[in-house]
Design a protein around this ligand. Structure first.
Ligand code: G3H
Ligand code: 13P
Ligand code: ZN
Length: 306
């Protein structure tokens, strides 16, 4: 199967009331785990590569690994740049064969975010590649409404931003954040804000970053075998299932894969200290990631949609 873009995927997801799982890839084991899980669950997938992953694994390796994976599956798969931070990076990924890119200029003032996003859109659209952009800031906030207001996506600005840039999907801030420590107080997502954005931009695909649930049982495995991850906080699963039925068409997961992989490796090391064959710890790690991805695609509703 050739790689696909995200337009068709998002259209079906929006209409069907589900979201596509977008999973971060850094190496072969993660890639195999994600693609095997998607294939078994008959789920469309978005494989995403961050700037850091691209630097670590190198673009040529990642592209060829993904191409190899595509020979083993018949599900629709998009290869997406996650949090692209410059025009040049987006350009290099599009030219190298990515089927979707994100330009994340959310740290800039509104007008600069618009200008950089528009520049990327103009380049990639000429090549038929869709663009995800971001408006609002993803940080772990305190409970105070004032603190939230400063970082959450403003619905009216979102409309202006989409009109001015022509971006194909928009990552918004409604309370999620990256990593394993997402909430300082009670875990809440601003669903009224999401609903407002959905009403102002009917049919338009919204993206949720920082959407790992940081499951207690995975953290426990890490900690049981020598890890130190105290007081982790993830996004409750019921919030994600609810968002997936709304305008959210793409849900990003990286942290949960990292924790699953690390826990399995720690366990293998602790239980077999005399073992030194990498396959003996990378194999269980791959299997642990696969189980996480299978759970995610069921939760997001994209299982069975390929
Ligand atoms: O949003 C960030 C992703 O989890 C990727 O993280 O930049 O460490 O590869 P990274
Ligand atoms: P998590 O850290 O919650 O897995 O979020 C990943 C993400 O948003 C990647 O862009
Ligand atoms: Zn992200």
């Amino acid at each position: 199967m050739p790689l696909v873009g995200t337009r068709e995927m998002f259209k079906k997801a929006y209409e069907g009331g589900y979201a596509i799982g977008a999973f971060n890839v850094n190496n072969m084991e993660l890639l195999q785990a994600i693609v095997d899980a998607g294939t078994e669950e008959r789920s469309p997938l978005i494989l995403q590569v961050s700037a850091g992953a691209r630097k670590y694994a190198r673009q040529e390796y990642l592209i060829h690994l993904v191409k190899a994976a595509m020979e083993t599956t018949d599900i629709p798969v998009a290869l997406h740049l996650d949090h692209g931070d410059s025009f040049e990076l987006c350009q290099a990924c599009v030219d190298g064969g990515f089927s979707s890119v994100m330009i994340d200029a959310s740290h800039f003032p509104f007008e600069e975010n618009v200008a950089l996003t528009k520049k990327v859109v103009d380049y990639t659209h000429a090549k038929g590649v869709p663009v995800e952009a971001e408006l609002g800031k993803l940080t772990s906030t305190s409970d105070e409404p004032g603190a939230r207001e400063a970082v959450y996506t403003d619905p009216d600005e979102a409309v202006k931003f989409v009109k001015q840039t022509g971006c194909d999907s928009l990552a918004i801030s409604i309370g999620t954040s990256h990593g394993a420590y997402k909430f300082k107080g009670e875990a809440t997502l601003d669903f009224p804000r999401l609903e407002k954005i959905q009403n102002l931009l009917p049919g338009y695909p919204i993206v949720l970053h920082g959407a790992s649930s940081v499951p207690a049982e995975l953290v426990e495995i890490c900690n049981k075998y020598g890890g130190k991850l105290p007081g982790t906080r993830g996004v409750p699963e019921e919030f994600l299932a609810r968002a997936a039925k709304m305008a959210v068409c793409k849900i990003n997961v990286d942290t949960d894969l990292r924790i699953a992989m690390t826990g399995a490796i720690r366990k293998a090391f602790a239980e077999n200290p005399s073992e030194f064959d990498p396959r003996k710890y990378l194999g269980p790690a791959r299997e642990a990631v696969k189980q996480v991805v299978k759970g995610k695609v069921k939760l997001f509703g994209c299982a069975g949609k390929a």
